[in-house]
Write a protein that binds this ligand. Structure first.
Ligand SMILES: [Zn+2]
Length: 141
């Protein structure tokens, strides 16, 4: 995961946001899925990262095997949480999200599943908010 300090070009306010990678940031930005937290403008860009003054060891800055293991561990923790508390709908995520949204069901179980980035954009345009999470299939089981 990468934390970027983003700046709104309209109101000049800055805020932090997490992305799975710099590529992911570029992709989301291109699709205009970024909004200013304050004025909702889509004119957002990342600011230059401030150098981390506390870190003198350059190696700390690169992702090594241990970081990936640690990251996978954290992802597994919330995958388990999601699996326990949300209903898995597989590839019909966009369909299920719409049916919950339009039938105005309340208090039901949340859902999770797979969706294409185009589906997520369409859902957003319809006012259905989704959360995109990094996901990996557990091959150890
Ligand atoms: Zn703004």
């Amino acid at each position: 995961m990468i934390k970027y300090k983003l700046q709104c070009k309209k109101c000049s306010k800055t805020f932090d946001s997490w992305f799975s990678s710099s590529k992911e940031f570029e992709r989301i930005k291109k699709l205009k899925l970024l909004n200013c937290n304050y004025c909702k403008s889509k004119n957002i860009d990342k600011t230059l990262m401030a150098p981390n003054l506390k870190s003198t060891n350059r190696n700390e800055l690169s992702i090594n095997e241990n970081n990936i293991k640690e990251l996978k561990k954290q992802i597994r923790v919330y995958q388990n949480f999601i699996k326990k508390n949300f209903k898995f709908v597989g590839d019909s995520f966009a369909y299920e999200a719409r049916s919950i949204h339009y039938s105005n069901k309340k208090g039901g179980k949340g859902i999770f599943g797979r969706a294409k980035i185009e589906d997520i954009r369409e859902l957003k345009e319809e006012g259905i908010n989704t959360q995109v999470l990094p996901w990996f299939e557990d091959k150890e089981n």
